[in-house]
Design a protein around this ligand. Structure first.
Ligand SMILES: *Cc1c(COP(=O)(O)O)cnc(C)c1O
Length: 401
């Protein structure tokens, strides 16, 4: 009997549902199996020795049982395969969190003798801190995008960017950035855009990083990270993962694979609501500035005239919490939470003002969300004495820069 080819180019929506599940029908299964084994029995210790030798030498995973769960897990491997398909890369390697994934990338490059990183602000607060504090023995040079080429040294191992960036949603021309990296791998954190809106590997990024905790999981109940890259770098990452232990739990791998199936639908629906909210905020006199990316997305950042802490205290439907990418709408104050760990001067110079709020728009009804925001904005405005009658200038325009 002919098996239908799986190599035909398929759309992202189809890959999201089917990638990593190609063998299920043959296994007589519909839902992917969840393998919680920590160890794998084998009466053939010669074969296990050969598998371990191959892995230690090259990071290659030979066919056969995984030996031990820190090496490999079949459920997590399904998620990795699916994510690689969505990002258009050869491979993907999953980790316990986004920060564990970034740590592994840095360690892999440092182990190869490249300890210098060139990076563009803003980055997610902990990523900024990991580089600034040099906790892993790396050294960072912070630059503007047009200063990347000049900052590269013989020991530069990575150029790191986020676009749209957390929390300002500032965008970069990834193609131009990749060109200015020369032979140095560009690491693009694609957490905010997801492969639904942007595939950085197609624009020249060699390493695409996700906090899978956010949109990939999509329901606020899984912590994970993943790196999509070529097989050569993936092998290095697997060796780092094996020896440092930042593995993803198989249940998290299961939930992330399930999350991918609805990723395109979730991102498109939430983005439509976010674009409308961004427009309303931009036309609102209680709001001084709105940041919404050209490529769209479900994140909106805005600066209020009043006290941003009162907006956080004033929401009732929207959840006042850090993180993003969940089915429910979340709002947080970056200067207090997600970017608190970044020094105040560095925050301000990279556009993270003290009045900035970051909202992750979920799947609720648009009008319900707007009513909640409207009430919270009123509270923020009256808490600072009110601006009614004071506003003379034109309404703020959405900042698309
Ligand atoms: C949350 C986040 C991270 C860190 O991911 P964790 O899963 O929380 O470790 C990295 N980059 C970006 C852009 C993030 O939003």
């Amino acid at each position: 009997m002919d098996t239908p080819s799986v190599d035909m180019p398929r759309s992202l929506a189809t890959e999201a549902v089917h990638a990593g599940r190609e063998d299920l029908a043959e296994l007589g299964l519909h839902a992917p199996p969840l393998d919680l084994s920590t160890t794998y029995p084998s009466y053939d210790s010669r074969a296990e020795a050969a598998r371990l030798d191959a892995f230690a030498a090259t990071g290659e995973q030979l066919a056969g049982p995984p030996v031990y769960a820190r090496l490999d897990n079949p459920t997590t491997a399904r998620f990795e395969k699916a994510l690689a398909r969505l990002e258009g890369t050869e491979s993907a390697v999953a980790f316990a969190s986004g920060m564990a994934a970034l740590t592994a990338c840095l360690q892999a490059r440092i182990a190869m003798g490249f300890r210098h990183v060139v990076a563009v602000r803003p980055l997610y607060g902990c990523s900024d801190h990991l580089l600034t504090a040099g906790l892993l023995g790396s050294e960072v040079t912070w630059v503007e995008p047009d200063g990347i080429a000049e900052a590269i040294r013989p020991d530069t191992g990575l150029v790191m960017v986020e676009s749209p960036a957390n929390p300002t949603l500032a965008e970069l021309d990834l193609r131009a950035v990749a060109r200015s990296c020369g032979a140095v791998p560009l690491l693009a954190d694609n957490t905010f855009a997801t492969p639904v809106l942007q595939r950085p590997a197609e624009q020249g990024a060699r390493i695409v990083l996700h906090s899978a905790t956010k949109y990939l999981g999509g329901h606020g109940d899984v912590l994970g990270g993943v790196v999509a890259c070529d097989e050569e770098f993936a092998r290095m990452l697997r060796r780092v993962r094996f020896t440092t232990g930042g593995v993803l739990h198989p249940l998290a791998g299961y939930l992330l694979l399930r999350g991918l199936a609805t990723l395109p639908v979730r991102v498109r629906a939430a983005s439509a609501t976010a674009a409308e909210l961004a427009g309303r905020l931009a036309a609102d006199r209680r709001v001084s500035r709105v940041h919404y990316p050209r490529i769209g997305g479900a994140m909106v950042a805005f600066e209020v005239d009043g006290d941003p802490h009162e907006v956080i205290a004033g929401v009732r439907l929207i959840t006042p919490a850090v993180s993003l990418g969940s089915v429910d709408t979340l709002i947080q104050h970056p200067a207090s939470i997600s970017h608190r760990i970044v020094a105040e001067g560095d925050r301000h110079s990279s556009g993270v003002s003290d009045r900035l709020l970051r909202m992750s728009v979920g799947l609720e009804d648009l009008e319900d969300l707007w009513r909640d925001l409207d009430g919270a904005l009123d509270r923020a405005t009256s808490a600072t004495g009110g601006r009614d009658g004071q506003q003379t200038g034109p309404v703020a325009a959405a900042d698309r820069g």
